[in-house]
Ligand binder design. Structure first.
Ligand code: UDP
Length: 379
């Protein structure tokens, strides 16, 4: 039974290390509002910014900079991954974060914690040992899922792929407590607001030129500027729509660049479903959110960059399934675009594979699992 017979309250634990965790939490909240209106209340808590002691509170602000030193990030990722290592690190850190964790629990009484971030799970579950609040984990990495994602104490863990579920089983999770649902993405991906032609007209994009959407994650990461310049230099017959995310200097540089190819430069956009549904090809950093959205939009995918560690497996997933290519050098992007422009049937074949991997109902299904748990917390 929810606290005080009130509408159950759910606290979403996320952090802005990249745009993906926020997008995932927002997508689930949106699905609750659409498919289970007025049945729960929700609150998003950025635990790094609001609760973590220094220097961890700087994690969201420094995440994009970490992308500039990928080898260092990779080392940190590897050193902390694995059953024993992750346990050791969490035990060492526990005395340091114990107070912040207790504060979070005190200030956010709720009927369910839902985590969309790997780092927070062990400390909160540790603190919840004596407190009977259910805990759900929605994994937002596709394949190379960090050990921090998995905890036997969680009531339910939901994964975007079978690969992520299998890794959970290797960590000893009960098979009844881990399910594949897909990556939570905005509801508008399953209910496009208009047809492709209508959207293109609305955006003022040409109907007769392939439109390549270039996305660099929520933070504008990776060598997107070099890639844009290389595509421009190749003189391909296409339009580029470049999304710089929250990276203001990238946006400015691209706006100042003198490009021959028809193009549009955007900052952080709120209408990604419409943009993807209007485009023909996506060039993106290997972020799990953007890749899953591109599947639903049926876009062939060119991955030009990745955050080492957690995004390595996303590349293998896209390439092995055949929904796109890994093109780490700007010239590789150019060559793939050239191939797909010269052979539209190959582009359509890859697009169809992409569509076949889509899980448009993920957010709705996750919302359904939430409702089950808050109405029957002993699950
Ligand atoms: N996104 C957005 N507007 C932008 C750039 C990105 O809404 O201008 C969204 C994108 O659609 C995706 C998320 O931000 O849902 C990025 O998540 P992803 O996992 O791809 O990468 P991250 O930013 O976490 O590295």
């Amino acid at each position: 039974m929810p606290r005080n017979n009130k509408v159950p309250h759910i606290v979403f634990l996320f952090s802005d290390t990249g745009g993906g965790h926020r997008s995932a939490a927002q997508a689930i909240i949106e699905a609750l509002e659409i498919y289970y209106p007025n049945q729960v209340t929700t609150k998003m808590v950025d635990f790094f910014v609001e609760y973590a002691p220094p220097p961890f509170d700087l994690a969201p602000a420094t995440y994009a900079q970490m992308g500039q030193v990928p080898e260092l990030w990779k080392l940190g990722y590897k050193l902390s991954d694995g059953k024993r290592r992750s346990k050791f690190i969490q035990e060492v850190l526990w005395p340091y974060i114990r107070k912040s964790t207790a504060n979070l629990l005190k200030e956010h009484p709720c009927d369910l914690f839902l985590s969309v971030h790997p780092i927070v799970n062990t400390p909160i579950l540790h603190a919840l040992e004596e407190i009977p609040i259910p805990y759900m984990i929605v994994i937002t990495d596709m394949v190379t899922t960090h050990a921090f994602w998995y905890s036997k104490r969680a009531n339910l863990t939901l994964t975007p792929t079978e690969e992520a579920r299998e890794r959970g089983l290797e960590f000893g999770l009960n098979p009844d407590k881990i399910k594949v649902v897909g990556q939570p993405i905005a509801d508008q991906f399953r209910r496009p607001s208009a047809s492709k032609n209508e959207l293109r007209k609305k955006f003022g994009w040409p109907e007769d030129l392939p439109v390549v959407l270039m996305v660099s994650g929520g933070e504008g990461m990776g060598p997107i500027e070099e890639t844009v310049r290389a595509v421009d230099g190749a003189g391909l017959d296409l339009m580029m729509v470049v999304i710089a995310g929250r990276n203001q200097s990238l946006k400015q540089n691209l706006e100042d660049a003198v490009l021959q190819t028809p193009n549009e430069v955007l900052g952080f956009v709120e209408n990604m479903p419409d943009l993807m549904n209007a485009a023909d090809i996506i060039v993106t950093k290997a972020g799990p959110g953007t890749i899953s959205e591109a599947f639903v939009a049926g876009l062939p995918i060119i991955l030009y960059s990745r955050m080492p560690g957690q995004e390595d497996g996303n590349i293998d997933y896209v390439v092995d399934k055949g929904s796109g290519v890994w093109a780490p050098r700007p010239m590789d992007v150019v060559e793939t675009l050239r191939l797909w422009l010269e052979d539209p049937s190959e582009r359509q074949r890859v697009a169809a594979v992409s569509k076949s991997l889509s899980r448009p109902d993920a957010s709705m299904d996750i919302a359904g699992e939430i409702i089950k748990i808050v109405n029957n917390p002993q699950i």
